[in-house]
Design a protein around this ligand. Sequence first.
Ligand code: GLN
Length: 500
Amino acid sequence: MTTTLAAGWKEYAEEWEARIGAFTEFAPAGTAPSNKAAAAADGKSPLAGLPFAVKDNIAVRGFRLTCASKLLAGLESPYTATAVQKIIAHGAFPVGKTNLDEFGMGSSTDNSGIKVTNNPWDTVRVPGGSSGGSAAAVAAGIVPFALGSDTGGSIRQPAAFCGVVGLKPTYGAVSRCGLVAYASSLEGIGVLADSVERCRAVFQAMRGADPMDQTSHEAPAGAAATRESAGKGVIGVLSPEAVAAAVASAARGSGAGADASALAEAAEAAQLEPEVREGFEKAKAGLAELGYTLREVQVPSLKYGVPAYYTIATAEASANLARFDGVRYGKRPDWAENPDELVDKAREAGFGPEVKLRILLGAFVLRSGFQDRFYLRAQRIRAGIRASFEALLGDADYTDSAPPPCAAILLPVFPTRAFGRGPSALSPFMQKAADLYTCCANLAGLPALSFPASVEGGLPVGVQLLGRAFAEERLLDIAAAYTARCPIEHPAGWKGFWQS
Ligand code: GLN
């Protein structure tokens, strides 16, 4: 049986956990000794016998399900998410739930209502977010992989901040059953892992249609052929300079009434810090050495990606979070004069400031008579972004008469490396503006893979590859070739307990 955990692992995990606080609930003894699935799958799956962690907005029976919200502090999940069930069937076993920005809203994990999580590379810095606990746990070597969710970058950005691999699958490729909804049309469950091959194994285990999620589906027949072995394809490069210039011109052209200083800030947020630029250049050089042809591409509507993303995400959040009212879900106040006051009190005490802000914003963009000004416009931008990417990568039906121009598109993940707290923090507004490079994959419903390109100034820099619908395997192939050639080191104190 491979379920016997390596000697010293528990102590190692607890020592790291005391420094980084990745978990909202940690059960290092886990379910290992009684795990029947592990015994059944032993030797048959590369996941057999491996411990893994699950972001605390994904249900695992017997564990808490807090979404890092005070409102749900006492909730224990009565069932297990389909994706988690499938991984358990491969013989891996959950050892805990990981911290996040409350309900997945944020880019630092500092919006957690429960605790602070630190970056294993430098514990005064954030691990990124919202799947920051999952990224930190994998980077520290506590677990070889963890599950996260990605609505606008929440797997890829913390993966980049912590130097691990992060996959946001095609919309619908993995069942959302058991994922607490934030913005249902944008999000999905994905993987954070210590290697590309581990990421592939986890994705393969959990993908597929699920009767419990009507938006889930199998890959179309043609998708299986999208593998990349020879390394001869064209990789489109979305140049960060061109994107930043487009945002700046959109900011200038936005006309009267707009808040000029906020728009200027948004344009500034799109610029890469020098170390991230350096990592991006290294990724380009490495891919070129592997035999790929790099070609500059443009996606003009991308400059409107962030406003469209935050319009749609907050609109859906305001509807999805209505159930957390102290009646159906959530901590109920001790006393209220009437039902309205009860709901008010429960939400006032339970939600953190970022969640309240987004519910208000969502209610604002959806208010009657104004939908065409905000929500419907955002949906049109979304369709435009998707069409631009499909023109470059091919669409989801796989019946092309000619091969699509690009095998994948390379772009930065986030304009900065892991940032600090206090005065060195990135402001909440800048954090949102900086989602520009990640949120486009969610708007388009396309797969995107973040992997470490290099370490600059002691901190990892990630880049991402965006692909055609259901072409995850191709993205994994390209990243596998790159990371085999240009591997990065681990944070100081890291010890490897699992072979990749
Ligand atoms: N930064 C994004 C946000 O705050 C990411 C969210 C996510 O992917 N869950 O909405």
